[in-house]
Design a protein around this ligand. Structure first.
Ligand code: HEC
Ligand code: HEC
Ligand code: HEC
Ligand code: HEC
Ligand code: HEC
Ligand code: HEC
Ligand code: HEC
Ligand code: HEC
Length: 400
């Protein structure tokens, strides 16, 4: 037994190889079948596969610059689908993108010189075990080892060799982010393996306050997709464990293990074994809110699980007047605090991950869709008038 413990505590060897998700199925059938149904498993698929292509190659949009037969890989399916062909063994991005919400092809940005090279711009986030030198990968799409780390050692020791049990938020952040390698050559963190420190491998594309960029709004909110990690890590949920450790003056009582049930990921996800304060390292992470194996967008727990009956658990008196809308309007926390500021397929459909309100005045200043207009609620109201109503309800700019 002692030997087993010793073996398990060793870290994954640096040279452990990636083996592919199919090698995990026999011993972990439940996780495997949940993952197989998830969007992660469907990101990059052979275009010839049955039911893979959702784009309409017979649509009468003029200008589609390639034929269906050239498509070797189909990328994505939920909002947008793109295609890759192959030239001399190297993937190429084919010119055109199918937008599901509008049912149209889009060709903006496809004027030739700036068409991205997948090995530099895409593959790192859509494949497992990519080797940028040989340009080969072990598996297409996002597999078990994308999050759990390379599995060779674990598989060859019948499960005794270590593998990451609870991948941290950085493991999600390696793909749910934007930026470049320090050399500027690759748009994904080359060489990063789950468990490592992402900042050592990647320079994040961050917002420049006061200035709209293609990826961020001037108010610091996300404008382009796949930046959930950069948005999340700057705000309260990412720091909910730090709040207990740094500068806390005891106003809500002594810090004890029971606090962790709402403030630390490891405690929320641990089931019956409740870790103590010295055993936890993360705040409210991606996997606290999201399923990690099955329907990813489905929330594992609602906001109420921790924000019990309103926003303010510690100071419940502040809940009075916090929500401006009448209960009959049925506006939830997400509608106001994670508004859809991110455009995909020409529409604002994806949620910002910094949990805070976007004011109508930001719409005037930056064009960011505001929390009040979110989901179409007050979209037709003039933002200036809407901001006056906002100020009347929240005179201090904060919840009461
Ligand atoms: C997107 C990242 C991600 C992918 C892909 C993923 N996992 Fe996980 N997995 C996690 C996280 C995070 C946990 C930690 C516990 C939790 O959040 O449920 C976990 C927990 C587990 C566990 C222990 C708890 C349990 O649910 O049984 C097993 C076993 C596991 N994963 C196996 C797999 C296998 C096998 C695959 C591929 C078929 C896979 N995982 C794919 C992120 C991932
Ligand atoms: C030959 C069977 C076998 C194969 C193949 C296998 N595992 Fe495991 N795995 C196990 C066993 C047994 C355990 C439980 C070990 C323990 O808890 O002592 C385990 C535990 C795990 C855990 C939880 C780790 C922990 O600390 O409890 C994860 C995550 C996991 N496996 C992922 C994977 C992934 C990903 C693959 C494919 C790369 C894989 N496994 C392939 C047998 C296997
Ligand atoms: C190797 C890259 C990679 C990793 C690691 C990764 N993701 Fe993803 N994720 C993607 C890609 C690419 C998509 C888009 C898939 C598609 O549309 O087919 C996606 C989609 C999603 C979605 C959207 C699902 C939907 O229905 O819209 C969620 C939620 C998500 N991931 C959460 C996570 C979480 C949580 C983790 C970490 C536990 C994680 N991802 C790790 C690349 C990754
Ligand atoms: C840094 C990681 C990363 C890189 C690099 C990257 N993607 Fe993605 N991509 C993602 C993630 C994560 C998602 C899904 C999450 C989201 O939409 O916020 C996604 C979503 C997509 C989707 C929409 C999927 C759907 O189901 O609607 C398409 C299409 C896509 N990517 C194509 C590409 C192409 C083409 C490239 C190269 C030019 C590329 N991506 C580069 C991480 C990346
Ligand atoms: C697992 C517990 C948990 C869940 C689930 C949760 N929260 Fe929180 N939330 C917290 C904690 C703890 C804090 C306090 C963070 C801190 O230390 O400042 C917080 C802070 C916040 C804040 C203040 C942010 C800031 O930057 O100061 C907002 C807004 C918020 N949460 C909204 C939400 C929304 C919306 C949801 C659902 C999508 C949600 N929360 C789900 C625990 C949770
Ligand atoms: C406090 C809870 C919470 C946390 C923490 C959280 N998310 Fe989300 N996430 C949500 C909600 C709510 C949605 C919207 C779901 C819906 O469409 O109904 C969402 C949606 C998404 C989507 C789908 C695209 C979109 O924006 O609609 C992706 C991808 C995603 N999250 C990834 C992540 C990643 C990666 C992390 C960690 C860096 C993370 N999330 C952390 C609550 C959370
Ligand atoms: C039931 C869930 C829950 C538990 C248990 C919990 N908290 Fe919190 N905590 C929250 C939420 C939600 C927020 C953010 C909004 C608010 O103030 O309620 C928060 C915010 C905080 C903040 C930062 C914001 C502020 O108002 O200063 C501190 C510090 C804090 N909690 C300390 C603690 C301590 C200490 C304990 C244990 C004695 C604890 N919490 C237990 C849910 C919880
Ligand atoms: C009608 C819109 C609306 C709804 C619905 C709403 N909020 Fe708020 N919330 C606000 C506004 C406006 C503020 C004050 C401005 C700010 O602090 O960003 C606020 C403030 C907060 C704060 C304090 C933030 C801080 O930095 O001190 C937390 C925490 C919070 N809300 C959580 C929640 C949770 C959890 C829910 C769901 C139970 C929710 N809110 C529902 C509009 C809303």
């Amino acid at each position: 037994m002692g030997l087993v413990v010793f073996v398990k505590l060793r870290p994954i060897p640096d040279d452990a190889a990636y083996v592919g998700s199919d090698r995990c199925s026999s011993c972990h059938p439940q996780a495997y079948s949940a993952w197989k149904d998830s969007l992660h498993a469907k990101m990059m698929r052979a275009a010839a596969g049955e039911g893979v292509v959702v784009a309409d190659f017979d649509s009468d949009d003029a200008g589609l610059g390639f034929h269906r037969d050239e498509a070797v890989w189909a990328i994505g399916s939920k909002w947008e689908q793109q295609f890759m062909g192959q030239e001399a063994g190297r993937e190429t991005l084919l010119p055109g993108s199918w937008w599901r919400p509008t049912g149209r092809w889009d060709f903006t940005g496809w004027d030739g010189w700036q068409v991205p090279v997948p090995i530099k711009r895409c593959h790192g986030c859509h494949t497992v075990g990519l080797d940028v030198e040989s340009e080969e990968f072990v598996e297409a799409s996002i597999g078990c080892e994308s999050c759990h780390g390379p599995g060779e050692w674990h598989v060859t020791t019948f499960g005794l060799g270590r593998i990451l049990f609870q991948p941290d938020a950085q493991a999600c952040g390696q793909c749910h982010t934007r930026g470049k390698t320090p050399s500027g050559e690759f748009f994904f963190p080359v060489g990063y393996r789950p468990g490592a420190t992402l900042d050592d491998y990647f320079e994040f594309a961050s917002a420049s306050p006061g200035q709209n960029s293609t990826t961020w709004w001037g108010n610091g909110r996300a404008r382009k997709r796949h930046q959930e990690y950069n948005a999340w890590r700057g705000e309260g949920h990412a720091h909910s464990l730090q709040s207990l450790r740094e500068g806390y003056d005891g106003r809500y009582g002594e810090v004890e293990d029971a606090c962790l049930g709402c403030h630390a990921a490891e405690a929320v996800l641990s089931g019956s074994r409740k870790p103590g304060i010295s055993e936890v390292s993360e705040g409210i992470t991606c996997s606290v809110c999201h399923n990690v194996h099955g329907d990813l967008a489905e929330l594992r727990m609602g906001c109420e699980a921790c924000h019990v009956e309103g926003a303010f658990y510690h100071t419940p008196e502040r809940n009075a007047g916090h929500v401006a809308c009448p209960a009959s309007a049925g506006v939830g926390c997400v509608g106001c605090h994670m508004p859809s500021t991110v455009q995909v397929a020409g529409e604002f459909l994806l949620h910002d991950h910094a949990a805070g309100v976007v004011r109508p005045s930001d719409t005037l200043e930056w064009g960011t869709p505001s929390s009040c207009g979110n989901g179409g609620c007050h979209r037709s109201v003039d933002p200036e008038l809407m901001q006056r109503r906002f100020d009347a309800h929240y005179p201090s700019g904060r919840a009461p």
